[in-house]
Design a protein around this ligand. Structure first.
Ligand SMILES: Nc1ncnc2c1ncn2[C@@H]1O[C@H](COP(=O)(O)OP(=O)(O)O)[C@@H](O)[C@H]1O
Ligand SMILES: [Mg+2]
Length: 218
């Protein structure tokens, strides 16, 4: 099993948006894909419930009472969406199966301040120190013409972490989500620009061992 944790303790930073789109990408490639929704608000679970059966299959996965994840099959991809305020034991637990950690970040003062603390905490986690889990940043809702975008660029320059992508501010994500879709489930002509912005993210996720393609639906 390969697992990716999507985390940022700031609410509204884009965790669920990243999670469902990572899952949509993987499922669309034919990978056996599960979402583990650790957030009590259950946004990712709600999205899954809207997903039409003819779309590439994504399964939901629960956490056990002791906080551990249910065991998975070897070939599965597990996408872990996490709640706001994730820290301490819960962070360590969520990190345990993860080989990648995606941190979404929006160009706002408040998001940057909260994320600075989180990146420092993350860097001290054993899994990250030992490089069992690699951390990558995704800048969310960026309008490159704004001062806020320039501030975000300056902020991210202080960290020795890859900034995988700068995703534009677009209603495509919200509109697709309303139908249980990721941008990878939209007609190619509609999503081409956004799918292109995702290429470095998916390459980083799948590197170095690209998963086998299954013959799943779609
Ligand atoms: N690239 C983007 N462009 C426009 N809106 C976005 C983008 N990424 C996220 N959003 C919106 O930001 C809001 C918060 O995102 P969400 O994924 O729910 O954050 P979190 O799970 O961290 O609380 C949602 O309304 C979502 O549609
Ligand atoms: Mg969320």
């Amino acid at each position: 099993m390969r697992a990716v944790l999507i985390a940022n303790p700031k609410g509204g930073s884009g965790k669920t948006t990243l999670s469902i789109n990572v899952a949509g990408y993987l499922a669309g490639r034919g990978c056996s894909t599960l979402i583990c929704d650790l957030d009590r608000q259950k946004s990712a679970t709600e999205w899954l419930s809207l997903r039409a059966p003819q779309l590439p299959l994504i399964r939901g996965l629960g956490a056990r009472d002791d906080g551990a994840l249910e065991p998975q099959r070897r070939g599965d991809w597990l996408v872990i969406d996490s709640p706001a305020g994730l820290h301490g034991k819960n962070l360590a637990r969520a990190l345990k199966p993860a080989r990648r950690v995606l941190v979404p970040l929006q160009p706002s003062l408040f998001d940057m301040a909260a994320t600075r603390d989180f990146l420092e905490t993350l860097a001290q986690e054993k899994a990250v120190r030992k490089e069992r889990a690699l951390v990558g940043i995704v800048a969310m809702r960026v309008d490159p013409r704004t001062r806020a975008a320039a501030a975000l660029e300056g902020f991210l320059g202080q960290f020795d972490l890859p900034v995988l992508a700068w995703l534009r501010d677009t209603a495509q994500y919200a509109n697709a989500a309303l139908e249980g879709r990721s941008i990878f489930d939209l007609p190619a002509h509609q999503a081409a620009r956004d799918v292109e912005q995702w290429q470095p993210i998916v390459e980083w996720l799948e590197w170095p061992d690209r998963p086998e393609r299954d013959t799943g639906p779609g």
